[in-house]
Design a protein around this ligand. Structure first.
Ligand code: CFM
Length: 540
């Protein structure tokens, strides 16, 4: 279905020409070309407020804190302090799976809320919150309860942290609160940061019980959507790598408490969890590196990088053996679909890391990305981590607390000397870096931050992709345009797509989607010239 590529300026003009001048001027800064062939990486506008009235894909700060980062941990009871809607509509809406473990403590299926009403808004909700924490404790006797503020809580000024402290003392379990009111930041990204701060402050490093195992690592920014973490765990186990904690897919609070025993932090979704990686390095001396298990090649590269870090020939050999065992099935699946998928085109507009990571999976089956963008990423996710010092801290970012971290007087233990780190860097085992999306996309491609519904429709009309990746809000509108939509948030009930098994699943799924004829056969009702049902409104 591909078309003659237009140049970026033409495309941009067509995207923006129907917008009011002021809006077009703002949106213009959020649209840039790729720079794969060595062009200078352009500056993109990101992590700024959505223009009011625009239909954004974004979610709120509460969603990023409760739903994304803390939600997947099975044995922390999550309690929403707010009117019932926030709890209800965030109840089991994210497909993070978990293994309930031997103790069977799994509170993920529950939805707990203080159910604030007008009375609480007027007279304050702290009493109700205290009672709700007590009730949750009496029912479940959990190891921990975490409280999440919704918008009205910040507006009326309930001191949720004081309540949490009192209840922690009274109940003798970890109780902590998150000031993650929906409006706190410009998107769910602020909620990630808040959750990172609170897990770090209240949980990580609070259990010094030694953990047995060779090659101990943590996996940060993997949420076990559709079973991705299960596949990554399988691969680690096969390689003999000991996974202490995943933040936070298929995790427990005990794993978080003991995470400081790891010798390496590997970061998958850096957008949501990079703060914990940084703070753990400062406090405990654990280095972190970017890895990626989306795409078979990326998986192999990440495993090799982890093995290189440990500098142990035994682990390196084991990793090579695992890759050699797993790759034939992946290659066979790719070879099978390649004749049907090569040359097809994709667009990805989702979140803060997948719109980049999944381009690798498309590349593996010969598909090119015409346009991509994030909902809520920051400039470093687009341009690369090196731009961090140049990012202007605006009032909205300043609103989110930055913890002051010091090396722990007892637990700080640098895992490698500066010389060892340097020697590894010289061998291309790099730390604290990641490349952005822009440098890995063609110069004919469009990169659009915080895309809105209007722009979505226009780029589909203008560039005609064979598949569009986004979420449920976009799905049916885009499919009515005759383009299949693959949900990249919840995987349309599919997955896993991580690791080797995941790559095979993805190849088959995409082959099925881009080659089905059904989308070209349907016509949206309003494009059909058939009989129309008419009605008139009669006043009176
Ligand atoms: Fe990270 Fe995520 Fe994503 Fe994200 Fe998300 Fe998600 Fe996502 Mo939906 S943590 S940034 S806030 S990879 S829920 S598992 S799919 S938008 S691209």
């Amino acid at each position: 279905m591909s078309t003659t590529p237009k140049n970026l300026e033409e495309l941009k003009k067509e995207l923006l020409d129907k917008m009011p001048t002021k809006v077009a001027r703002k949106r213009d800064k959020a649209i840039v070309p790729g720079a794969e062939s060595g062009e200078a990486i352009p500056v993109i506008q990101a992590n700024v407020r959505t223009i009011p009235g625009i239909l954004t894909q974004r979610g709120c700060t509460y969603a990023g804190c409760k739903g994304v980062v803390l939600g997947p941990t099975r044995d922390i009871v999550n309690l929403t302090h707010g009117p019932i809607g926030c709890g209800y509509y965030s109840w089991l809406t994210r497909r993070n799976q978990t293994d309930a473990g031997e103790d069977g403590d799994n509170y993920i299926p529950y939805c707990l809320s203080t159910d604030m009403t007008e009375n609480d808004i007027v007279f304050g909700g702290e009493k109700k919150l205290r009672a709700a924490i007590k009730e949750a404790y009496d029912n479940f006797k959990p190891k921990s309860i975490s409280v999440f503020a919704t918008c009205p809580v910040g507006l009326i000024g309930d001191d949720i942290h004081a309540v949490a402290r009192q209840m922690q003392e009274e109940l003798g379990i970890t109780v902590f609160a998150n000031s993650c009111e929906g409006y706190k930041g410009v998107s769910q990204s602020a909620g990630h940061h808040i959750a990172n701060n609170q897990i770090f402050r209240h949980v990580i490093g609070t259990d010094d019980t030694p953990v047995e195992g060779k090659y101990k690592i943590n996996l940060l920014g993997e949420y076990n959507i559709g079973g991705d973490a299960f596949e990554i765990e399988r691969i680690f186990e096969k390689c003999g790598i000991t996974l202490l904690a995943t933040f936070s897919g298929n995790s427990t609070i005990t794993q978080f408490r003991q995470a400081h025993h790891a010798d390496l932090n590997t970061v998958m979704c850096h957008r949501s969890l990079n703060y914990v990686a940084e703070m753990m390095e400062t406090k405990f001396g654990i280095p972190w590196m970017k890895i990626n298990f989306i795409g078979a090649e990326a998986t192999a590269k990440s495993l090799r990088r982890i093995a290189a870090y440990f500098e142990d020939p035994e682990l390196m050999a084991r990793v090579e053996q695992v890759i050699a065992e797993e790759m034939p099935a992946v290659k066979a699946a790719a070879a099978e679909v390649l004749p049907r998928t090569t040359g097809k085109t994709a667009m990805l507009f989702v979140g803060g890391s997948r719109a980049h990571h999944y381009q690798d999976l498309f590349r593996e089956i010969g598909m090119e990305t015409l346009a991509a963008g994030y909902e809520f990423a920051h400039r470093d996710d687009y341009e690369g981590r090196h731009v961090l010092p140049t990012i202007k801290v605006d009032a909205d970012s300043r609103n989110i607390e930055e913890l002051e971290i010091e090396p722990d007087p007892v637990r700080y233990n640098p895992r490698k000397t500066p010389e060892q780190m340097k020697a590894l860097e010289d061998k291309d085992v790099r730390f604290k870096v990641y490349e952005g999306m822009i440098g890995e996309m063609k110069k004919e491609a469009l990169i659009i931050d915080d895309i809105n519904q209007y722009e979505t429709h226009r780029i589909i009309e203008l560039m005609k992709p064979d598949i569009f990746c986004a979420g449920i809000k976009e799905k049916y509108i885009i499919q009515k345009m005759g383009v299949p939509l693959k949900q990249l948030h919840n995987y349309d009930m599919g997955g896993p797509y991580a690791g080797f098994v995941g790559a095979v699943n993805w190849y088959h799924e995409i082959d099925r989607l881009v080659n089905t004829k059904v989308w070209s056969l349907i016509k949206a009702p309003w494009n059909d010239n058939g009989p129309e049902l008419e009605a008139a409104y009669v006043a009176g």
